[in-house]
Design a protein around this ligand. Structure first.
Ligand SMILES: C[S@@+](CC[C@H](N)C(=O)[O-])C[C@H]1O[C@@H](n2cnc3c(N)ncnc32)[C@H](O)[C@@H]1O
Length: 276
């Protein structure tokens, strides 16, 4: 997968993408990253890419020429007819970025990411480049670069070979409509909190079942809104409730199940709704 990022701060993208999983994926050639500064298409003396908004208002708006010319150049550079670029404008107004959308994007060959600055971009950039607006959350950032980096990071993880076998994305949060179960490593006892005994039992099937129940409980506690799309069976929910009831207060606390009854209430309601 090839990311093409259009930004007036290209170093933000290249520097932040040179670390960890993404940095390694770029080094290994599993993903490619190219940046393009739209200022190179600004014809003014000061290389301005913004202007005052028609209709008045505070702030400036990015002018259409440098951005559309940047997209056109990138598309021209993609000479392989089997590759088709999908254009994305990072935008607070956009479709929210979710795991489903991330998986969809990881199947593309080329993603052109337009990073806005100032008060945003001239609307005609979007119609001329057929850009899809994507938001990384319900808040306003100063620029699209952080959004582009979020897309590059999350989408790269879905590209074949990037994570290797050791870190299977299938087990991660959101993949099965659930959050991940709590994780533990050494030491067994840390500031009075013990690693749950079952994880030390060596019984792989029991551990797997327990982790599934804890994923259900964690989701019920932290993000009950996700349960609707998880297609849990009544049996799995009952099993999670039974696990919760057997846990001591200390175990619940070690597992991040801090509120006494939230997970239970949510799961009991889930069961009630299922039997209606
Ligand atoms: C200061 S913001 C412009 C906000 C715009 N006036 C509005 O109210 O929606 C500048 C740039 O940051 C980016 N941006 C801001 N919030 C974002 C978000 N939640 N997700 C993705 N990009 C965002 C966009 O590229 C935008 O052009």
């Amino acid at each position: 997968l090839h990311f093409h990022v259009i930004s007036i701060f290209p170093e933000m993208i290249t520097q932040a993408s040179s670390h960890g999983v993404v940095g390694q994926a770029i080094q290994d050639g599993k993903v490619r990253l190219q940046t393009l500064n739209p200022r190179q298409f600004s014809h003014g003396v000061h290389q301005a890419v913004d202007d005052r908004p028609f209709g008045g208002g505070d702030g400036m708006v990015m002018t259409p020429e440098p951005l559309t010319e940047s997209v056109a150049l990138i598309k021209k550079q993609i000479t392989d007819k089997n590759r088709k670029a999908r254009v994305i404008y990072l935008s607070a107004r956009g479709r929210p970025l979710t795991d489903v959308l991330v998986q969809e994007l990881s199947k593309e060959s080329d993603l052109i990411l337009i990073c806005g600055r100032y008060g945003g971009v001239d609307q005609r950039v979007l119609s001329q480049t057929d850009a899809q607006e994507i938001s990384i959350g319900d808040y306003v950032l100063s620029g699209g670069e952080l959004g582009a980096l979020v897309i590059i990071d999350a989408v790269s993880r879905g590209v074949s070979g990037v994570l290797g076998n050791a870190l299977s994305p299938v087990e991660e949060s959101f993949r099965r409509g659930l959050l991940e179960h709590p994780q533990f490593t050494r030491p067994r006892s840390f500031q009075g909190l013990e690693v749950p005994a079952i994880l030390l039992s060596g019984d792989h099937q029991k551990i797997k079942n327990w982790q599934r129940s804890l994923a259900i409980l964690t989701t019920a506690e932290n993000r009950p809104d996700l349960l609707g799309s998880s297609e849990l069976s009544a049996e799995e929910v009952r099993e999670a409730l039974a696990v919760f009831q057997k846990m001591s207060q200390a175990e619940r606390s070690a597992c991040g199940l801090t509120s006494d009854s939230r997970a239970m209430t949510v799961l009991n309601e889930y069961l009630k709704a299922q039997t209606k």
